[in-house]
Design a protein around this ligand. Structure first.
Ligand code: P6P
Length: 336
């Protein structure tokens, strides 16, 4: 079959044998994420109607009006994952603590935990700019059949068994990895099917796009300021182009296709940066490395960091390997 016409379902089945763990469960997990993505996509696409109609014209089963989209996305992903009894625990940006899923039941042999940012960049919804869902999957480290603990969630990113995102943009795409490269699937909304549109996605080794909120420039460490000035200098293939959507998934996706670097540095107003290690930086870092890119906190490989808290923040530099390395060089030089 032509690679490009393959559906996500066919792709999962064809590739589950290459997955080193229990392939059946992983397939069910990715399928659950696929379903939740279609439901959230439907809600995101009609969000603008809330202003026109007062509501989105729908009410949910409790007869309530349209909820805030990030709350709704959170509920849809948690509900979908819970109902399929595939995972033993979930952590979400929208939940203060992790959720244990009947994992104190001897019968619950589920081995996977999922961490999600259900709707990253949701403030962009009101201005019709693309947003995304990010997910990260690990095998639990505590005994199967016992309640999950925080240790199951505080694993270094290199322990991930799968990670991906859905970008709700001009088209809706699901992009994910299970450790054997990165593949992108585009939703055909007419029939609700994801088709393989971007097989084996790779970051160009270098690029000419830098993505950072330059409004924070005065607050950045000197090394970051020096790298931004380097991007703006007229020399060789520079100045680069500045592109910053304010939605991590969208900036990452564009940079992976065209080449570029995304930065959310620490600053004098955000001592650890803004992005969350567990359900934003680690999954995007897994994807970046699987696509021959890099992901760093400015000094160390993101996926090596040992998490200490569920919602901890870290500085984040991610994208084309040569560009991340150059940023790290400027940061190191300024510290000497
Ligand atoms: P700022 C969205 O809130 C987000 O987490 C990322 O998706 C995005 O890149 C960043 O924050 C935008 O943050 O401070 O530049 O508005």
């Amino acid at each position: 079959m032509d690679k490009k016409n393959k559906t996500l379902g066919e792709f999962i089945i064809e590739n589950q044998s290459s997955f080193q763990y229990s392939s059946g469960e992983l397939s069910k997990l990715i399928n659950a994420i696929r379903l939740a993505a279609k439901v959230v996509n439907h809600e995101v696409n009609k969000a603008g109607l809330i202003d026109i109609l007062g509501t989105a014209g729908d009410t949910n089963i409790q007869g309530e009006d349209q909820q805030k989209l990030d709350v709704l996305a959170n509920e849809k992903f948690i509900q979908t994952l819970k109902n399929r009894e595939i995972v033993c625990g979930i952590a979400s940006e929208e939940e203060d603590d992790f959720i244990s899923i009947n994992s104190n039941d001897e019968q619950n042999q589920n081995k996977y935990i999922v961490l999600i940012d259900p709707l990253d960049g949701s403030s962009n919804i009101d201005v019709n700019v693309s947003v995304g869902t990010i997910f990260s999957v690990y095998r639990r480290v505590t005994p199967v059949g016992t309640p999950v603990t925080i240790e199951d969630f505080l694993q270094p990113g290199e322990n991930q068994v799968a990670a991906g995102y859905i970008v709700y943009g001009t088209s809706t795409m699901l992009v994910y990895t299970t450790g054997d490269g990165v593949n992108g699937f585009t939703l055909n909304p007419a029939i609700g099917t994801f088709y393989l549109s971007h097989p084996n996605m790779q970051f160009p080794e270098t690029g000419k796009i830098y993505s950072v909120n330059e409004g924070n420039y005065i607050h950045f460490p000197q090394g970051v300021k020096d790298y931004i000035k380097y991007c703006q200098q007229e020399e060789g293939d520079r100045p680069y182009t500045s592109r910053y959507i304010g939605s991590l998934v969208s900036d990452f996706h564009r940079n992976m296709i065209k080449g570029g670097i995304y930065m959310y540095p620490k600053s004098s107003i955000a001592s650890d940066g803004k992005l969350r290690l567990l359900y934003e930086c680690n999954p995007m870092a897994f994807l970046a490395e699987q696509a021959n890119g890099k992901a760093s906190d400015g000094r160390s490989r993101i996926m090596k960091l040992k998490p200490t808290e569920l919602h901890q923040r870290v500085p984040f530099f991610c994208g084309s390997a040569k560009m991340v390395e150059k940023a790290e060089e400027f940061i190191a030089k300024a510290l000497k």
